[in-house]
Design a protein around this ligand. Structure first.
Ligand code: DC
Length: 213
């Protein structure tokens, strides 16, 4: 079984994906981490993220050690990831790995959960269950600020809100594989819904799909 979860930054899709993978004992792939790893290769090398040949090269020979680098989660890495993600060559270099993860999940798991921006539309269009997780930009910025402050990082709401909106625009406005809801995806708006409620709703949909028809 493949579960595809898409949505904008900080909507709660990562938490939902992890919890579903844990409940059903499926493998989990955070596809945003792949774009972040490409971006981090450039940042560490002092290369501008808009340098397309350098980004393509980094995505072709992705350094998987970077996937556990703490700098992967920094705001600047996320912003740079959104820039490299708009490049056709980068997207196509990362495509096979993601598709293969869905079809042949590691450790012989019986299913896979992938989250990102184009999972239900491009990477796994035939996924068994698709979710589109979203929330208002203000709510997402609020959560991001709270999360940063809990880590002792200084965060300004207006700045983070501007970043969230800029990232949405770039992710939704790009030509190749823009962020959009697949027609057959279940919409989960988390603006006024706690993560536990979102999880219960999503888990019930997956359970229903696992039942012999
Ligand atoms: O989910 P995230 O914040 O870690 O993703 C970082 C960036 O990577 C995001 O702004 C857009 C890009 N991305 C993408 O284009 N396609 C995906 N499937 C996942 C992420």
């Amino acid at each position: 079984m493949i579960i595809a979860i898409d949505g904008p930054a900080a909507a709660g899709k990562g938490t939902l994906a992890r919890r579903l993978a844990e409940k059903f004992n499926f493998a989990y792939l955070d596809t945003g981490a792949l774009y972040r790893a490409v971006a981090l290769t450039l940042i560490k090398g002092g290369v501008d993220p808009s340098n397309e040949p350098a980004a393509e090269k980094a995505s072709k020979a992705l350094d998987h050690a970077l996937l556990s680098d703490p700098e992967l989660r920094l705001e600047d890495t996320g912003k740079a990831a959104s820039v490299v993600a708009s490049m056709l060559g980068v997207r196509s270099n990362l495509m096979d790995f993601q598709k293969n993860f869905g079809v042949n999940p590691p450790s012989n798991k019986s299913g896979a959960v992938l989250d990102g921006r184009d999972i239900g539309t491009v990477i796994c269009p035939a996924a068994d269950v698709k979710f589109f997780v979203t929330a208002s930009a203000e709510e997402r910025a609020k959560r991001r600020v709270a999360e940063m402050r809990s880590r002792g990082v200084n965060a300004n709401f207006e700045e983070i809100l501007a970043d969230v909106k800029a990232r949405d625009e770039r992710d939704m406005g790009r030509k190749d594989a823009p962020l959009e809801k697949a027609a057959d995806a279940h919409l989960l708006d988390t603006t006024d819904l706690a993560i536990d409620a979102v999880f219960l709703r999503a888990a019930a949909i997956v359970e229903n799909c696992l039942k012999p028809q």
